[in-house]
Design a protein around this ligand. Structure first.
Ligand code: CP
Ligand code: NVA
Length: 339
């Protein structure tokens, strides 16, 4: 009996808090197996489709290596390589892929696309990021928090920057579900929608967490155990960079803002990629055009001892592995484990 058998992983709210915690704990276990070179071929002989409409370093690498470590074969299907979206509908693509592959990862724009893939493919579908949610990132991030602090309940997480993007939505809801106090610091126009806030408040009422949405960055980070930020312009977003930069500069995670937590052991998180220096094409263009050397996080904070960004990135592998193995593997995960 496997409680998660053939279930898709589309958004956090589809699961209960104890189910999300199971993925986190399973990921921590799989990390140990990997470190100790203990084989864990839970998906031996399976084939996995990796469907990407947007670019990716971490998610693509994590799914590829996770599938291989689990004994499966991953096949990358990029936007330009297949008929999807141009000559073929989502439903038809889902039916074809589902007839050949045992599981499908999708990264792209609309949440509706990943939901349709799940509806029509007949196999587990895993959301590798949409404009609305980034649920596999949540398992890695809360796994990183648990690894660092030893527990989740009662921690305070502050997310500052674009509060309306996929990361803002996912962190708000997941933290509230898992009993982590969540502070969102963003200008009014970039605060999470009323629907997502209501979803989080409902979850928080059950878990005992507190939800704060504020336009004051200092109020947002006060008492935070972890400060989190993300890019100011997400993939596929058509906004004027200059305006967005002006709007979000007060929310930059720099040494001054980090000091406002008034805690000595606050950690700094970012899902990556991050604009923290000009060592990238975009970074250089930003400096040349707008005179800024960093956007959402300064180089100093990004590279400080408080930063756990690369631990988070590595944890994408272990958490994605846990999600794939739990939903597609021949495992014994009894219903009784979940309330
Ligand atoms: N954090 C994350 O999803 O990174 P990629 O865009 O590189 O996959
Ligand atoms: N909000 C970012 C997250 C990248 C992992 C984006 O959607 O581009």
């Amino acid at each position: 009996m496997n409680h998660f058998a053939n279930q898709s992983f589309l958004k956090e709210i589809d699961f209960t808090p104890s189910e999300l915690e199971y993925f986190i704990d399973f990921a921590l276990h799989l990390k140990q197996l990997k470190q100790q070179h203990i084989p864990h071929h839970y998906l031996q002989g399976k084939n996995i489709a990796l469907l990407f409409e947007k670019t990716s370093t971490r998610t693509r690498s994590a799914f590829t290596v996770a599938a291989t470590d689990l004994g499966a074969h991953p096949e990358f299907l990029g936007k330009g390589d297949i008929q999807f979206g141009k000559k073929e509908s989502t439903a038809d693509t889902a039916k074809v892929l589902g007839s050949m592959f045992d599981g499908i990862e999708y990264r792209g724009f609309a949440q509706d696309t990943v939901e349709q893939l799940a509806q029509y493919s007949g196999v587990p579908v895993w959301n590798g990021l949409t404009d609305q949610w980034h649920p596999t990132q949540m398992i890695a991030d809360f796994m990183t928090l648990k690894e660092h602090f030893g527990h989740l309940q009662g921690l305070t997480l502050a997310y500052v920057g674009d509060g309306r993007n996929n990361m803002g939505n996912s962190l708000l809801v997941t933290a509230a579900m898992l009993g982590v106090n969540i502070h969102i610091g963003a200008p009014t126009a970039l605060q999470p929608s009323a629907t997502v806030v209501a979803m989080a408040q409902k979850a928080a009422a059950k878990s005992g967490s507190k939800v704060l949405v504020t336009s004051d960055p200092v109020e947002a980070v006060a008492g935070a155990d972890a400060i989190y930020t993300d890019v100011w312009i997400s993939m596929g977003e058509a906004v004027a960079p200059q305006e967005r930069i002006k709007e979000l500069l007060p929310y930059q995670v720099n040494a001054k803002l980090v000091a406002q937590t008034e805690k000595v052991d606050t950690i700094v998180m970012h899902c990556l990629p991050a604009y923290h220096d000009k060592n990238t094409e975009v970074g250089k263009a930003l400096e040349d055009e707008f005179g800024v050397t960093a956007l959402e996080i300064t180089d100093e904070v990004f590279n400080s001892d408080q930063s756990v960004v690369f631990q988070e990135a590595e944890n994408r592998l272990h958490s994605i592995k846990a999600i794939m193995a739990a939903t597609l593997g021949d495992l014994f995960i009894p219903d009784q484990l979940f309330n």
